[in-house]
Every structure is written in C-alpha cells, then in structure tokens.
Write a protein that binds this ligand. Structure first.
Ligand SMILES: [Zn+2]
Ligand SMILES: [Zn+2]
Length: 348
C-alpha cells in the first residue's frame, strides 16, 4: 500500500514529506487511515538521533487514532469503519510471562515499537503515525469508545498510559495522596487521571505560577518546592509521587514528602540522576521506582475509563507542516498540554 508520511532523512534534516509503502496485509493485520497523531517528546529525540539508535528515514508518531479501512482474513476484533488507536507498541513475542501477563512493554524477547524498531517478521524498520496509513497486527490495535472525541484521544496512547499505569500499579483510589512533579504533557494527564480515581492530588512545582492551571486540571493544591516552610510542613504526606520531569534532577527535596512505605515513580527522565540520599529511603521504607508506558489490556482499560469519566487531554491541533514549530515550542515547554496533528492536513 502506497502512503505518504513526514520523515527525517538524517539527524540534521527537518521532517519533510516522504512517500513510502506499508506492508501488504498479513492475515492478522488491520490497515487504518490515520486521522490524528499526537506529538511526543520521543518523536523529537528520535528524529534528531539524541539517543543514538535512530534508523533513517525516521517517520515518528505513536499517539495514533484512525479509521479501519481493511482487515486480514483472520481478524475478529476490528471491522472496516471502526475508530481505533495505536500507541507505542505494535508487536511482542506473545508467549513469554510478561506478554501472558498483559505487560507487552516488558516482553522478555523485546517489544516492537511503533517506529524505529525492526519488524519481527520482515526486519523492516517500523514507521509511525506521522503518515496517512498504518498496518498493525490486531492484538495491538485498540478500540476508541464512542464517548471519546477521536481528535483528542491520541495523547492518551503515550502520555495517558505512561501516567495511568503507575497509578494502577500502586493502587491509587479514593483517599490516596498523590503528588505530581511537572505539569507538561505527562503531568497534566497524571493530575486528571488521579483526580478521577478519587485521589487527593497535589502538583509539585518550582513556584506558585502554575497554581491556577493545576487547580483547573483537577488538582486540590499546588506545593511550591522553593517554599522551604511549605515543603517542611508537607513531610510524610504523600503515598505516591509521579515524577514527570524530563531532564536530570535532584530527588532529595521530594523523598521526605513521601509517607512511610511511599513510592516516587519516575516516568519522564531516562538517564542519570543527582545522587539520592539513602537516609530518606531507609528511615521511612520509601522507594524510588520507574515505569514504562503500559500493556495493551491496560491501555484499553484507560480508554474505557476516560470515556466513562469524560476525560480528555488538553490538545492544541496543528497542521502537519507546523510540526517543526511544535518541536521548538515543546522544547520551551510552551504547549498546553499536547500537540495533535490533523492528518487531513498532510497532502502530497
Ligand atoms: Zn511518547
Ligand atoms: Zn513476550
């Protein structure tokens, strides 16, 4: 199938229109016309080869919403015309303990990412959602429930599941005391989701500048990390802190905020941290953890949860040719809170 995308041809060339072929349908494949695709920080880092593992040409995008246009002969879960979604994963081994447990993101034999990842059968490098069409095996295609607006569903597939999964892993519910560090694409979803679960939510921010934004998203309060008195008063008052900060930072100011047995879970930054002081951990049996996106079943659970609770990410719709500007604004944290590309704007 011929299609059109937007690709980076090298780490230094800007994304530009790029014609390529999607694979012919295998019996368990679903082909979709992409309607919308969210813009994630990973798209920018991969296009610029910031992590050193990019294969070019690179077509990014893993917050995909589309309409099914064709299905393989063995497909039972999706039909032509369905509104569906694809997130960060398009395949895994399907037989290891992690895949059986619905945690395909931790597949023992290596997950297949939606872009920049070798296909398990052909070895061809996967290409993502900055394109008109995609072909994905049916187990990795999600259903978008009628209660969700397709134009604002994309960011749930990466930013949403990245924050929903730890909230579920650490059993957040009514009365849980949850802190969220950072109020970007991930942080704003963490606030909305934790609040919808009935938690008492506090945004942790450098200053009180974002107080009105935090409250508008559903947080109960904002704690300014620069306010030494407020930070001291808040010691031992959180069950879970979701840390969405994307750059190297110091956890030591935050660890004493955890109650005994509390956990700080890192979902933003991949890389070295400033040294944490173990006294904070030992003296309160506190933990530092990490978490990567979420499995397919849990991602469907998230979509159903958001439809039921009428939760949508805050999105700014852009044209495909505005993606460079979007990358630049993302680097300055100048977006509330996620860019979504209207794929109808991508023309030959
Ligand atoms: Zn992402
Ligand atoms: Zn597996």
């Amino acid at each position: 199938m011929k299609t059109l995308g937007y690709a980076a041809l090298s780490a230094t060339s800007p994304l530009a229109p790029f014609a390529f072929e999607r694979r012919a349908l295998r019996p368990n494949d679903v082909a979709m016309e992409i309607l919308y695709c969210g813009v994630c920080h990973s798209d920018l880092h991969t296009s610029r080869n910031d992590w050193g593992w990019t294969s070019f040409p690179n077509v990014p995008g893993h917050e995909i919403v589309g309409r099914v246009i064709e299905v393989g002969g063995e497909v039972t879960q999706h039909a032509v015309g369905d509104i569906v979604a694809v997130g960060c994963l398009v395949d895994s081994c399907q037989h290891c303990d992690q895949c059986h447990g619905g945690e395909e993101q931790y597949c023992r034999n290596g997950r297949t990412d939606t872009y920049n990842s070798p296909d398990r059968i052909s070895g061809e490098i996967t290409k993502g959602g900055y394109s008109k069409h995609i072909v994905v095996r049916e187990e990795f295609v999600l259903s978008v429930p009628p209660g969700l607006d397709p134009a604002r569903t994309g960011p749930l597939l990466c930013a949403g599941i990245t924050t929903y999964s730890p909230l579920r892993t650490w059993n957040v519910g009514p009365g849980s005391r949850v802190g969220v560090i950072g109020l970007g694409g991930l942080g704003h979803m963490a606030v909305k989701l934790a609040a919808a679960m009935g938690a008492h939510v506090t945004v942790l921010s450098r200053s009180t500048d974002k107080q009105a934004d935090a409250l508008a998203l559903g947080a109960d309060s904002l704690l300014a990390s620069s306010d030494k008195r407020a930070m001291a008063a808040a010691q031992a008052s959180f069950d879970l802190i979701i840390d969405t900060v994307p750059v190297k930072h110091d956890l030591n100011p935050y660890l004493p905020l955890l109650d005994i047995n509390g956990t700080l879970v890192i979902v933003g930054q991949v890389g070295p941290l400033a040294e944490p002081h173990t006294a904070h951990l030992i003296l309160g049996r506190r933990s530092i953890a990490g978490s990567l996106i979420g499995g397919i079943a849990q991602t469907q659970e998230l979509l159903d949860f958001c439809a039921r609770k009428n939760i949508h990410p805050d999105c700014e719709m852009i044209r495909m040719d505005q993606v460079h500007e979007a990358f630049e604004r993302m680097e300055k944290a100048d977006v509330r809170y996620r860019f979504v590309i209207d794929m109808a704007s991508l023309q030959a």
